[in-house]
Design a protein around this ligand. Sequence first.
Ligand code: SAM
Length: 400
Amino acid sequence: MAVSENGASKLQMAQHGSIDDGARDIDAVGRNRLALSQIGIAWTESAALRTVVELDVPRILAKHAAPPDHAMSAQQLLQCMPRASNPNAGALQHLMQLLACKGLFTEHLEYHNSSGVAGDHLGGSVVRTYALNSISRQLVGDNPSDSMANFALQMTMGPHVAATLQHLGEAILTSADPFQLAHGVNYFEFLAKHPEYLNVFQNAMAERSQAETGPLLLTRYKGFNSVKGLMDVGGGTGAILAQIVRHYPHITHAVNFDLPEVVALSPAHPGVEHVGGDMFESIPVGCDAIFMKKLLHDWDDEACIKILKKCYEALPESGGKVILVEGVLSPKETPGNTNAKSNTMEDEFVLRSSVIMFVHCVGGKERSEHDFHRLVTAAGFRNFQLLCKLDVSYVMEAYK
Ligand SMILES: C[S@@+](CC[C@H](N)C(=O)[O-])C[C@H]1O[C@@H](n2cnc3c(N)ncnc32)[C@H](O)[C@@H]1O
């Protein structure tokens, strides 16, 4: 044991609160190393989430967990999985334990004695069971469109994303599209060739619209009151447009415009016409307002200006507006602020989203209010306003 000049050991000093600088340094280094490791292994919670959604754990809990605590052990969960031919309950439990630690499930501990009887038997075995809580209940719905299960799959790392991550450094050094480097085509071309990924992507977008953004948009934003004809450019399956026309029946002309392969798989919605096309070629005329949600963040500035110019051309000569719903980098995250540090969950989400856009899309990124103003001005719009905040996104309007 190391002993100091006055004869006291480091352990004694630590115990009496007079630890010396050397020992404090070791603690600080240890803490820094742990902080570094935590960032490095953040993928484990994402992988655990993806796996339990793939294995349908939330739905099994919703269907089979019994009162009083509505909880199941890993072993019981596996008994509800017909494909489990030689299950590893220990591994599933570790995933559930991590997710419970991150707040996704509630964990119950029960002590059992050697005969398997429950009670406070120290020295016996511990049985861990898991129940849905208010967060994991988002992964279950009365019908598939109420749940965020596809969104969880879309946000976590599918094999196409894992392959793309190998090219991020090269993409940074060469300004290439990392997705294209990995797959030979850009993200939307890839989706067109892989219906299984396209389905998850479009369902994920619809789930987010239905569960999160839609309700807030309808209560907080009043700009649809004056609109007669509304087009959603890049509207996916038309989920949000369907909500808007249900809420504002005075909108008599509603067009959901997206790529042909997307509108082909979109369900019919009363009052909504699906039109397939390419927004870089032309956007149909006939609406006095164009809505674009989470669309510009997929593209670089040059492409955004091209899209906005096509919107400008499609709006009536007499005027009209573009309604944008996008994440907005908070002022403290914008260039020039040397104190940039994310404080809120929303700020952190938008920063993470910017990385996701870089991974998926050529030049895609999140932007500041100032960036959006610059883009719409470059496309010819005469005025711009940021109007209200939704979940992690804001509503902005640009006027022709
Ligand atoms: C990030 S998603 C947003 C979907 C929807 N607005 C939402 O928020 O849920 C971008 C959408 O743009 C569509 N898109 C991509 N390229 C397009 C193009 N060239 N013309 C029309 N739509 C396009 C995609 O198919 C996709 O539905």
